[in-house]
Design a protein around this ligand. Structure first.
Ligand SMILES: Nc1nc2c(ncn2[C@@H]2O[C@H](COP(=O)(O)O)[C@@H](O)[C@H]2O)c(=O)[nH]1
Ligand SMILES: [Mg+2]
Length: 580
């Protein structure tokens, strides 16, 4: 039976009555997948709020004496009182909001200016963005499930079943060299700075031998390399390192003809299967609190955004049934047997099974199907076969047009995956982006604690530089100047002395730097740095994310109308001139 299709669209301008209509008041979300079909759930259209900042429906009452903020301006520390003496609510959704400055680990950092006043819709990714999984349980589950599949389906030895997972060992931003069985950390120029073969650190010579050719720079991308760019990948990277070690020590114990690259492929397909066949999702569904951090600030945040007349939407690669369970847990603390659809009220549109990053790509007509929430069935299909969609609008076409004609109206998308969520949505749709990096919370706290060591390191580097310059000058003089024997002896002795000093400073510098890095992570060091340069991961964050922060809920610590401004850029020539 054919069920009439409803156009899948939501009206962004409805939610921002003070803004003139952008290009067309209805922005349609379509995607053009033929195999993987995104599904959507329609939340009931919202009421239009009356205009004017002061008439916002507020979601959190400010405590007495707490600072209140209106628009981008901080008001006095007195509670806001209206003319009839009733305390006015604060626009913050968090009780911590309105403090002079958010705690360091919860701040939102800005790479590119972003005025929230221009943002008419805020979209969210779900997994590892709204839902923060507990790696000690969730990634362990993925690890165990993967091993079981390797053993039972792919002929790996049973002793793998006794292996254990150190969930703290791998970090984001690493690169797997599939062919060589290595795990690499590189700087922003793609120079390999830390490299392990399995769990054995490569010597400097080995590193240079494999990756030191500066003339032929490797792209370090697929198919020979894999990026560990989501927290979902930590377990597979760890298992790969274990298997490399195992294979080296036990030749012949892995299935015949399996080399490192094949082993990586096997791990990847086993992990993939765990995500698809319910190995992970059924367990999470049964006991979400075991696997997902509770976050009571998500609902107030969503309310705050909607009360400030932003549309809110969810675009997740998870399918409807799982999304419903996770969102029930996050928004209503409900578990499987008590699930309902109340959480849909916080979103104008929910798109599940979106198959990002392709979702942002597709220019052709979309197959976007409405989900019947109760059954999870797709409504507008023809006996299970997706029916062609009416219209020829893809998100890219519509939103590109929108951006070209009316640049001031923008969409902000918040996600955890630099490639799948951030890079594509920014490059293709021109969306503004915020990357969620949970690791940042400890990273910035440690940075603060280690600020004196960082200064000491800078001094050591400049000492080393200064000593080397002196040595070069003396050597030049010894080689080319007309010196008598005494002068030669004196200068040679000086060179010797300086060389000794240089070696001492170099060793001290290296040790201090290593020590600093190890405070962040024993093996891989600071997430955002490699040596003293930005890491490749940091470079990507800088290039692609307009904003970045440790938790999505940090948005609730700032005004929904905040103007995020980046700090000043510094070129190397400015460092010694301008005070930092
Ligand atoms: N089939 C696979 N699914 C995977 C894999 N890694 C993660 N995932 C699933 O993707 C979504 C992510 O959702 P989003 O909200 O972040 O868009 C989630 O359902 C994961 O289980 C994989 O390797 N293979
Ligand atoms: Mg995600």
């Amino acid at each position: 039976m054919r069920i009439p299709k409803r156009p899948v669209s939501f009206c962004l301008s409805l939610f921002s009555p003070e803004f003139p209509r952008p290009l067309d008041s209805r922005i349609s979300f379509y995607s053009g997948f033929h195999y993987k079909t995104p599904h959507f759930s329609f939340a009931k259209p919202k009421q239009i709020h009356s205009t004017g900042v002061n008439q916002l429906h507020m979601s959190y009452m400010v405590d007495k004496g707490q600072k209140a903020v209106l628009g981008d301006k901080r008001l006095s520390s007195e509670p806001m009182e209206s003319s009839d003496g009733v305390q006015e609510p604060c626009i913050w959704s968090s009780p911590e909001g309105g403090k002079d400055e958010a705690e360091l680990g919860k701040q939102i950092f800005c790479n590119r200016s972003l005025n929230m006043r221009n943002i008419i819709a805020v979209g969210f990714d779900m997994d590892y963005t709204l839902a923060q999984y507990k790696p000690e349980t969730f990634e362990k589950l993925a690890y165990k499930g993967t091993i079981e599949k390797l053993v039972s389906n792919l002929g790996y030895p049973e002793e793998l079943l006794g292996w254990t997972f150190n969930w703290k060992y791998m970090v984001r931003g690493l690169v797997v060299d599939k062919k060589r069985g290595n795990i690499l950390k590189m700087d922003r120029h793609k120079y390999v700075k830390v490299a392990y073969h399995g769990f054995r650190e490569l010597t400097k010579e080995e590193k240079v031998g494999s990756y030191g050719n500066t003339l032929i720079r490797d792209a370090f991308d697929e198919p020979d390399y894999a990026l560990i760019d989501t927290l979902f990948s930590l377990a597979e990277a760890y298992l790969f390192a274990q298997l490399v070690d195992f294979m080296d020590k036990n030749p012949g114990r892995v299935p015949a003809k399996v080399d490192y690259a094949r082993m990586y492929k096997d791990v990847r397909s086993a992990v993939d299967m765990c995500h698809r066949d319910g190995t992970l999702k059924q367990m999470v569904a049964k006991d979400p609190i075991k696997y997902i951090n509770e976050d009571k600030s998500i609902v107030p945040l969503l309310r705050m955004l909607r009360d400030s007349r932003r549309a809110t939407f969810l675009v997740t690669n998870s399918l409807w049934d799982y999304t419903n369970i996770v969102m029930n847990f996050l928004c209503e603390s409900r578990t499987l047997d008590a699930c309902n659809f109340d959480w849909l009220q916080y979103f104008d549109v929910v798109i599940t099974g979106s198959a990002k990053p392709g979702f942002f790509h597709e220019e052709s007509n979309a197959n976007l199907f409405e989900v019947e929430p109760e059954s999870g069935k797709l409504i507008n299909t023809d006996n299970g076969t997706p029916m062609a969609q009416v219209g020829n609008t893809s998100p890219s076409i519509t939103l590109k047009k929108q951006n070209e004609c009316c640049r001031v109206f923008q969409v902000l998308y918040v996600g955890d995956h630099i490639y799948g969520d951030i890079l594509r949505s920014k490059k293709i749709l021109g969306w503004r982006t915020m990357l969620v990096v949970p690791e940042l919370e400890t990273e910035v706290k440690l940075l603060w604690e280690l600020r004196d060591s960082r200064k000491a390191l800078q001094l050591m580097r400049s000492d080393r530089d200064h000593i080397e310059d002196q040595i070069h000058r003396l050597r030049w003089s010894l080689d080319f100047e007309d010196l008598n024997a005494d002068q030669k002896q004196e200068k040679s002795a000086l060179v010797e002395d300086l060389e000794l000093q240089r070696d001492q400073v170099r060793i001290k510098h290296q040790q201090t730097q290593r020590g600093c890095h190890q405070k962040f992570h024993k093996v891989w060091g600071q997430l955002m740095k490699t040596g003293y340069q930005n890491s490749r991961f940091a470079h990507q964050v800088e290039r692609f994310a307009c904003l970045y922060t440790s938790q999505v809920s940090n948005l609730s610590l700032y005004s929904p109308n905040k103007y995020y401004r980046p700090g000043e850029d510094f070129m190397p020539h400015e460092f010694n001139i301008l005070p930092m």
